[in-house]
Design a protein around this ligand. Sequence first.
Ligand code: RB5
Length: 153
Amino acid sequence: MMIMNNIKLAIACDHGGYELKKEILAFLDSEGVAYEDFGCDSTASVNYPAYAAKVCRAIQSGDCTRGILVCGTGIGMSMAANKHKGIRAACCSDTFSARMTRMHNDANVLCLGGRVIGAGLALDMVKLFVETEFEGGRHNARVAMLADIENEQ
Ligand code: RB5
């Protein structure tokens, strides 16, 4: 498997995503992908916006290049992440979307639902999210329009 080595992932979860995050961390270890794990560290109840913020801040600061967030559905994490400037978070449950959101949206955070998808599918999506490059071209202007919306707020 070809995994880019110029990437460092920020990863976090809430209690609903903890079990799936463990599978993802083991996969990243086996593939030699660099990452920083921002918690949580058990299935005890926590608040997903706090964990989304840790990952988004690591990307905003440049410490990490992309992020992965896991909660029960992936939805709460994606809502929270997309409140952060410069973050383009995509909640995905299929490999086509995981690939296309890199190619067309230059997504920098992948959100997954630990109560929605199995580990096999999740790991395939993580692989695509890491390996797939942004296409640029006509998509540059559209991604720039997303930043314009942020700047209008
Ligand atoms: C936690 O019960 C659950 O609400 C959370 O993991 C997530 O699914 C929210 O969107």
